[in-house]
Design a protein around this ligand. Structure first.
Ligand code: ACO
Length: 367
């Protein structure tokens, strides 16, 4: 049975930064309150021409560069997002097209902020089964589009950004070692985007009532998060036959500094074993774990051979954890240039659209 290794990683955040002081001019809040209750100082907000697919593609290109893999080498793309570009088509298909990953099957996975852990596990299982060799997992968000910028209890928390991992099959032991995934739909109401779905289709009234914005019972989510984070990490460690002593890094979902502190207390681990960057990005939902990972690598914290636990929670309710032995890129062949495929993909996509229009005209006339 092949092992599933994480061989590439990349992140992309929009340039514009919204500080706590900026927010204090928009709603009745202040830097001191936000920092004390959440640990957040600032977050990045997408420009009008930035979308989950464009941020996701930027992160994916970087991940493919690290893995030295062409987009056409990908067999599978899983995109996970709490703010997908459309209901359908899947954001994963938009990413597939923009990358020029012509051989990959692509679909979206919805598990809110736990999405990246669920998606990594699904990609790793597909690799271990022998059915595919190369997978791309993307977590990408422009949650700012679903914020009520008058609701101080939610708009201070979230930020935009994307992160991506490449997973590859290898005979070398290591890579993803274990995973646990949990859900409890009885808590669905505590964090949701109520309108726009089949239950409450968009109407003037739903828009007027702000039901297409994120709604959250912050206290309820806080209690849930502090209850499940450490427990899930323990479960994943047990399955991999590891203890906290074997672990160099915990990379948690970045929602709130206090939630991470409480997980550290539960696991009896020092906070300096946790990768934390919530202060600069806020909660980027599905993208927070890969963004934190990329920063840990770039700072020289996470190194080949390290054992790491990823742990997260989110709407659903969902929560989960995954352990991995960090390996880095597989031995490389000739250097490839994934960026060039993006340019080619634009031309190919345009060509296909024109062919479809011409076919429509010809066959439309015949029928
Ligand atoms: N600025 C100033 N005051 C505020 C703000 C604000 N931005 N927001 C709330 N307050 C006030 C409240 O009105 C309240 O005032 P009152 O005592 O006069 O009634 C007081 O501050 C305390 O409010 P609480 O809601 O009790 O504050 P709490 O300490 O619980 O912190 C927070 C709120 C930060 C939202 C916290 O509950 C939390 O982090 N919850 C988890 C949220 C989370 O992680 N969500 C993401 C899940 S992942 C996903 O799937 C998207």
């Amino acid at each position: 049975m092949p092992y599933a290794h994480i061989t590439g990683w990349g992140m992309s955040v929009p340039e514009p930064v919204l500080t706590n002081d900026d927010l204090s001019k928009m709603v009745d809040t202040n830097d001191e309150w936000i920092r004390a209750r959440t640990g957040i100082r600032e977050r990045h907000i997408a420009r009008d021409n930035e979308f989950p697919s464009t941020l996701g593609v930027n992160a994916a290109i970087k991940a493919l560069q690290v893995a030295n893999l062409r987009p056409t080498d990908l067999d599978l793309i899983i995109c996970t997002s709490s703010s997908p570009e459309y209901f359908f088509p899947a954001t994963a298909c938009l990413i597939q097209d923009q990358l020029g990953a012509s051989k990959a099957g692509a679909f979206d996975l919805l598990a809110a902020c736990t999405g990246f852990i669920f998606a990594m596990n699904m990609a790793a299982q597909s690799i271990r089964s022998g059915s595919i060799k190369n997978a791309l997992v993307v977590g990408t968000e422009t949650l700012s589009r679903f914020m009520n910028w008058k609701d101080r209890s939610t708009c201070i928390l979230f930020g935009d950004g994307a992160g991506a991992f490449v997973l590859q099959a290898s005979d070398q032991p290591g890579g993803i070692l274990s995973a646990v995934m949990h859900s409890d739909g009885s808590g669905a109401d505590s964090l949701s985007l109520p309108a726009g779905g089949a239950r409450l289709p968009a109407t003037e009234a739903t828009v007027h009532d702000g039901k297409h914005f994120v709604h959250m019972d912050g206290k309820e989510v806080y209690r849930f998060a502090t209850r499940v984070m450490g427990h899930a990490a323990h479960e994943a460690l047990d399955i991999a036959n590891l203890t906290t002593d074997d672990i160099q890094w915990i990379i948690p979902h970045q929602a709130n500094y206090r939630i991470i502190e409480s997980a550290a207390r539960y696991l009896k681990m020092p906070l300096d074993k946790f990768v934390i960057n919530v202060e600069r990005y806020g909660n980027t939902s599905t993208a927070s774990i890969p963004i934190a990972t990329v920063e840990a690598i770039e700072k020289g914290q996470l190194k080949a051979g390290d054992k790491v636990v990823f742990v997260g929670f989110g709407a659903g309710l969902t929560w989960g954890a995954l352990t991995a032995e960090w390996s880095g890129p597989l031995p490389a062949g000739r250097a490839v240039h994934p960026e060039q495929y993006r340019r080619l993909a634009r031309v190919r996509s345009l060509y296909r659209r024109i062919v479809r229009i011409i076919e429509g005209i010809i066959f439309g006339r015949e029928s």
